[in-house]
Design a binder for this molecule. Structure first.
Ligand SMILES: Cc1ncc(COP(=O)(O)O)c(C=O)c1O
Length: 437
C-alpha cells in the first residue's frame, strides 16, 4: 500500500490514523516509514530521506546499528526479555552511567522519558516532604498530567508586559494539577529570585532542560544556571535536570558536563539506548535512598522496568559512546551542517542564529540567538516552516517547526554534505519566494 492508502486505512483504526499525536502531519503529509538504516529513511511511497529528526533524538549512532542490535539479540537469546527479577545487567548499566555522569550516585530505571520524570519528581517530593515544583517556559517533560501545563506563547503578543497565560496541553488535564506548579522564564533573573523569595521553602524541585530540546535548543546562561543551583542549595530545593534529550548527546556527561553544574536528580532516556525504549533517573544517594519498600518510602516500579531489551541496548550504546570517538563524529557532522547552512543563509541575505550544541542544533531566522522561549516569537518561524517543508519535499527529513532542533547521529558522517548544501539553497529560495508571494 502507498502512503495515501495506509493513511486511509489507519483512520479506521486509530484516532487521526496514527499511534500517537505527534506523528500526524495531515492526511497528505503523514509519513509511513518502511525502512530505516544509518541516517536514512525510506517511506512507503519509496521516497528516501536523510533524517535529522531521528525519532525526536534517540538515534545517536544510526538506525539499525549492528553493534547495538547484535548485543540485544544475543541478550534475548541467552536470557529472554524479562522475568520480573533482578539481573546483573542492572548494576552494570548504572556503573556505566556513573562513569560518564559523576553526579549520579544511585539510579532506578524506567521505560520512557515521561516515566523517568514522574519517578524523579515523586522522589524529590518524597525526599523534601514538599509538594510544589517549578518548571521553565518552553521545556517539555513528557505526557504526565501535572507537567502538561505550558505558557501559551503561540497566542501571546510579542512585547506584552503581561506574562503569557498558562494553559493545559489539551483536554483531560485536571485543573487541580495546575495548583502545585509554577512556571518561570529561562534566564529571567528577576523571576528566579522572586519564586524563591515567595515560595522557596515550599519547593520540592526546579525541573528544567538547561538546553531546551523542545524550544530550539535555547540555552540557560552559565550565570543563571549557577544562580539557580545556589538558590536551590539555600532553600533545600532539589535541582532536577531533565536530560532526556540532551543526555549522552550534547556531551558524554550531558548538559551538566558542558556547564560544570550538577543536579541533585537527573533523568535520561533517548540517546542512552539508540532507539530502544529505556530510561533512568538518579542522583544523590541520600535523595535516591528515599525510594524503597519501607514504610514512608517512595514507591517506584513497573513490569517492564529494566527489561533486557532496553538494558542490553543501553549497555552496548553507552559502551560505544564511552570508548569510541562516536560522539566526536556526531558533533563534527553537526558542525559541518551548521557551517553549510550558515553559508546558504548568508548568501540569501537571511539573518540567522544557531542555538545549542551541534549534536542538537537549534536553527532560528533572527539576528540574535534567542535567550528565552519568548524570544522565539521574534524569530521568523513561518519562513522556517516553509523552508522545512521545501527540504522535506527534496529528501531532507526534519520536524517542520523550529522549536525542534536538528539531531545528528554517527551515521551522518557518511552523508553527502555538498548535496545538502545544494538542496538547502534550492529549498530556501523556494521558501523565500513563497513567503513574499
Ligand atoms: C526533555 C524531555 N523530557 C521528557 C520527555 C518525554 O519522554 P518520552 O517521550 O520518552 O516519554 C521528552 C520527550 O521528548 C523530552 O524531550
Amino acid at each position: 500500500m502507498n502512503q495515501s492508502q495506509l493513511m486511509k486505512e489507519a483512520h479506521l483504526h486509530m484516532p487521526q490514523g496514527v499511534a500517537e499525536n505527534y506523528r500526524y502531519w495531515g492526511d497528505d503529509k503523514t509519513v509511513f516509514v518502511k525502512h530505516a538504516k544509518g541516517c536514512q529513511l525510506i517511506d512507503s511511497d519509496g521516497k528516501t530521506y536523510v533524517d535529522f529528526r531521528l525519532g525526536y533524538g534517540p538515534i545517536i549512532l544510526g538506525y539499525q546499528d549492528e553493534r547495538v542490535d547484535s548485543a540485544v539479540i544475543r541478550q534475548i537469546q541467552s536470557s529472554g526479555t524479562l522475568t520480573g527479577f533482578a539481573t546483573a545487567l542492572d548494576t552494570e548499566v548504572v556503573k556505566q552511567i556513573k562513569a560518564l555522569c559523576p553526579q549520579i550516585e544511585k539510579m532506578r530505571f524506567a521505560n520512557s522519558g515521561t516515566e523517568a520524570v514522574m519517578g524523579a519528581v515523586r522522589t524529590a517530593r518524597g525526599f523534601t516532604k514538599r509538594e510544589r515544583i517549578v518548571m521553565v517556559e518552553g521545556g517539555f517533560h513528557g505526557l504526565y498530567d501535572e507537567l502538561m501545563w505550558k505558557s501559551d506563547i503561540e497566542n501571546w503578543q510579542l512585547g506584552d508586559i503581561h506574562a503569557p497565560s498558562v494553559i493545559p496541553f489539551g483536554a483531560g488535564i485536571p485543573a487541580k494539577t495546575r495548583d502545585l506548579v509554577d512556571i518561570i522564564g529561562l534566564n529571567d533573573h528577576e523571576a528566579l529570585e522572586h519564586i524563591f523569595r515567595w515560595r522557596g521553602e515550599q519547593l520540592a524541585c526546579v525541573l528544567l532542560e538547561p538546553i531546551i530540546g523542545n524550544a530550539g535548543s535555547i540555552s540557560a546562561s552559565q550565570q543563571w544556571l549557577q544562580r539557580l543551583r545556589d538558590l536551590c542549595d539555600e532553600h533545600g530545593t532539589l535541582l532536577l535536570i531533565d536530560e532526556v534529550k540532551s543526555g549522552f548527546r550534547v556531551d558524554k556527561g550531558g548538559a551538566q558536563a558542558l556547564y560544570g553544574i550538577h543536579a541533585d536528580l537527573t533523568t535520561y532516556a533517548k540517546a542512552m539506548g539508540n532507539g530502544y525504549p529505556v530510561a533512568a533517573f538518579g542522583g544523590r544517594a541520600d535523595v535516591m535512598d528515599v525510594v524503597g519498600s519501607q514504610r514512608g518510602a517512595v514507591v517506584h516500579g513497573g513490569t517492564y522496568t529494566a527489561n533486557l531489551i532496553g538494558l542490553s541496548a543501553a549497555q552496548a550504546t553507552l559502551a560505544i559512546l564511552s570508548d569510541t570517538q562516536a560522539l566526536h563524529t556526531v558533533h563534527q557532522a553537526g558542525e559541518q551542517v551548521k557551517s553549510l547552512l550558515s553559508r546558504v543563509f548568508t548568501r540569501a541575505g537571511l539573518a540567522h542564529a544557531f542555538a545549542g550544541p551541534p549534536s542538537m542544533l537549534g536553527i532560528h531566522f533572527t539576528p540574535h540567538v534567542p535567550q528565552t522561549y519568548r524570544d522565539w516569537r521574534k524569530t521568523d518561524s513561518q519562513l522556517y516552516n516553509l523552508f522545512a517543508w521545501e527540504l522535506i519535499s527534496r529528501g531532507v527529513m526534519l520536524e517542520p517547526d523550529s522549536r525542534e532542533p536538528w539531531f545528528f547521529c554517527e551515521a551522518h558522517a557518511h552523508m553527502d554534505f555538498a548535496w545538502l548544501e545544494d538542496i538547502a539553497t534550492l529549498a530556501l529560495r523556494a521558501a523565500m519566494d513563497k513567503s513574499v508571494s
